[in-house]
Design a protein around this ligand. Structure first.
Ligand SMILES: Nc1ncnc2c1ncn2[C@@H]1O[C@H](COP(=O)(O)OP(=O)(O)OP(=O)(O)O)[C@@H](O)[C@H]1O
Ligand SMILES: [Mg+2]
Length: 336
């Protein structure tokens, strides 16, 4: 399959497969693929706490792309194929194992609460935990006994997931350490990929500051979703800093986008047969008070970046080169 020649599917015609709290999955361009769309929704405590943080989805898409691409490169199998745009990536469809695999290097969060170990305590070794993915039950922690007894995964699959989790942990620990960040813990999801009668377990979902605990080495400042969970504020700034340190973001303005509208109308004096036909139809339908109708076109466009002047210049270029026939048409550019 040539994934570089992805067929373009207009947003409106795409089939939505799943609407999650933080992401939406759409049917992909090829069988066995999906499009993973990152939303700006931040949720915690089983979605009891919810907020829209504009730009978060864009950052998570980029950070997750970076992590998954590197995992692929070092031979850790993942669902990631390629990033498509600011919020979306092409992924392989898998059968999600209904478990969250958590790897902990430093005590924090529920481990500290449950076992009374002070947050920030280095653990004697990396600890792997499993949680049953079930919103109604609040994703309870489960043991291997529960997993095999209830058939959520086989012993072999548990081994595979643990081996993957350790490789991902080693990679992430080094990656973040190199940019002055301590990987305290993270969560990952795995899925079953079926390929020519073979099945293997691969890493799926996302790996981002939403699913990792990341502390600045020097200040211990939190650079992850705990900023939202614990009302510390500055979530977007923290995620942006993570992306910048990883060398993903060069400018802040890559994060935002503007909605714009280009309206194209016929110049005065140019014959408009369609406008005339509509005018005639309206009159014959008995709609009163119509003097004349001129028809035009409207383009709703999303422009990347936060620079208005740059966006206007790009839209003017688009109109001049393609959207309008400037011999007979006028156009108007608005940032809305
Ligand atoms: N490659 C994949 N194939 C199929 N499903 C996937 C794949 N990667 C991730 N998913 C699933 O897509 C969903 C992503 O959406 P999101 O993370 O918003 O879910 P959620 O509503 O938070 O629920 P969850 O508690 O399951 O994470 C998750 O259910 C995840 O398990
Ligand atoms: Mg999720």
């Amino acid at each position: 399959m040539d994934f570089n020649r992805t067929r373009y599917i207009p947003m409106s015609r795409r089939r939505r497969i799943y609407e999650g709290k933080g992401k939406t999955l759409y049917e992909g361009p090829e069988p066995g693929t999906l499009i993973q769309h990152f939303k700006d929704d931040a949720t915690a405590f089983n979605a009891k706490k919810h907020q829209i943080i504009e730009g978060k989805g864009v950052l998570n898409n980029r950070i997750s792309e970076y992590v998954f691409q590197h995992l692929n490169d070092i031979g850790v199998p993942t669902h990631f194929i390629k990033r498509l745009n600011m919020r979306e990536q092409l992924i392989r469809e898998v059968e999600i194992v209904p478990l969250e695999v958590v790897v902990r290097n430093v005590a924090a969060g529920s481990l500290s609460q449950r076992l009374g170990i002070e947050e920030g305590t280095q653990l004697p070794r990396s600890i792997i935990e499993f949680y049953y993915k079930n919103d109604q039950l609040g994703d309870p922690m489960v043991s291997e006994e529960h997993i095999t007894a209830f058939g959520w995964a086989t012993p072999q699959e548990i081994d595979d997931m643990m081996a993957l989790a350790i490789r991902v942990n080693d990679f992430l620990t080094g990656l973040f350490l190199g940019v002055g960040i301590r990987l305290v813990d993270f969560k990952m999801e795995c899925g079953r990929l079926f390929e020519n009668d073979m099945m293997r377990i691969i890493v799926a979902d996302e790996i981002s500051p939403d699913s990792c605990r990341l502390w600045d080495i020097k200040s211990n400042e939190k650079m992850d979703k705990d900023r939202f969970r614990r009302d510390l504020g500055g979530l977007l700034e923290a995620y942006t800093e993570v992306a910048k340190r990883l060398g993903i973001l060069i400018e802040n303005d890559q994060l935002s986008s503007m909605k714009a509208r280009v309206t194209v109308t016929l110049k005065n004096g140019i014959l408009d047969p369609q406008g005339k036909a509509i005018e005639g139809a309206l009159k014959s339908l008995g709609v009163d008070g119509i003097a004349s109708v001129r028809q035009g076109k409207v383009f709703d466009i999303e422009v990347a970046g936060a620079d208005k002047a740059k966006a206007e210049a790009a839209l003017k270029e688009a109109a001049d080169k393609l959207l309008a026939n400037t011999v007979i048409e006028n156009y108007r550019v608005e940032i809305v």
